[in-house]
Design a binder for this molecule. Structure first.
Ligand code: C5P
Length: 227
């Protein structure tokens, strides 16, 4: 069967990555979490003192960016992809509230987007890839054969994120997380470069009231139609 490109976009914490990861594993495609790449750059900025409040030192980041090494490797035990920054495993470090509250600022910088999009396009050269993010169907792979746009209410997304962080023993109140979800929606949809929007040819999925297995089924059916 010929391999295709699958773009899954949508708002933060709406379960895109769970769906995308599961589908990729089932059909033997590569899965790339593009948000993890923006998170890794943000973690780099935090660790190297590139933030001054909500401002990023863009001069220093421009110099550093070509040398920042972001990679994904499969966890040999779980088979799940994990993010590495400059050779070190950072999968948990990039998911903290500290990173979440700054990532949209970094992701709004045009030169950061340019570098990430170019890396993402290289990763998808051979097709056979499921990538999730905000601009995959509109900018990274505008010719993707299957495009999905996922939505869910901010309250439901905040609750899912809260449950996830609680399960990991991370701090953060529901209200704080809801605020973060709404603020990221605002920045992601209103930024000048590649704002979050549904591609004209994307299929919309509101999963507010769907279980994970219902979503999986829905996506698998869309894939069978498109492949
Ligand atoms: O998907 P996730 O919530 O981990 O993404 C973190 C942040 O990275 C988003 O809130 C958004 O600001 C940014 N992002 C982006 N473009 C992508 C993926 C993520 O701007 N393709």
């Amino acid at each position: 069967m010929k391999k295709i490109t699958i773009a899954i976009d949508g708002f933060s914490s709406c379960g895109k990555s769970t769906m995308a990861k599961d589908l990729a594993r089932e059909i033997g495609y590569i899965y790339i979490d593009s948000g993890a790449m923006y998170r890794a750059v943000t973690l780099y900025c935090l660790r190297h003192g590139l933030f001054h409040g909500d401002e990023v030192d863009t001069d220093r980041l421009k110099t550093a960016l070509p040398h920042i090494d972001i990679a994904f490797k499969l966890n040999p035990e779980t088979g799940k992809p994990q993010t590495y920054l400059d050779g070190a495993l950072v999968e948990d470090d990039i998911r903290t509230l500290a990173v979440s509250s700054k990532v949209s600022i970094v992701a709004a910088l045009g030169f950061v987007r340019e570098a990430m999009v170019s890396l993402q396009q290289q990763m998808g050269r051979e097709k056979g890839i499921v990538m999730d993010g905000r601009d995959i169907g509109t900018t990274v792979f505008p010719d993707a054969e299957l495009k999905i746009f996922v939505t869910a209410s901010p309250e439901i997304r905040a609750q899912r994120r809260y449950d996830e962080l609680q399960a990991k023993g991370e701090k953060g109140s529901y209200e704080e997380i809801l605020e973060n979800v709404k603020e990221r929606d605002r920045i992601d949809t209103s930024r000048a470069v590649s704002p979050l929007r549904k591609a004209d040819d994307a299929i919309e999925l509101d999963n507010s009231h769907m279980t994970i297995s219902e979503q999986k089924e829905w996506l698998a059916a869309r894939f069978r139609k498109a492949a």
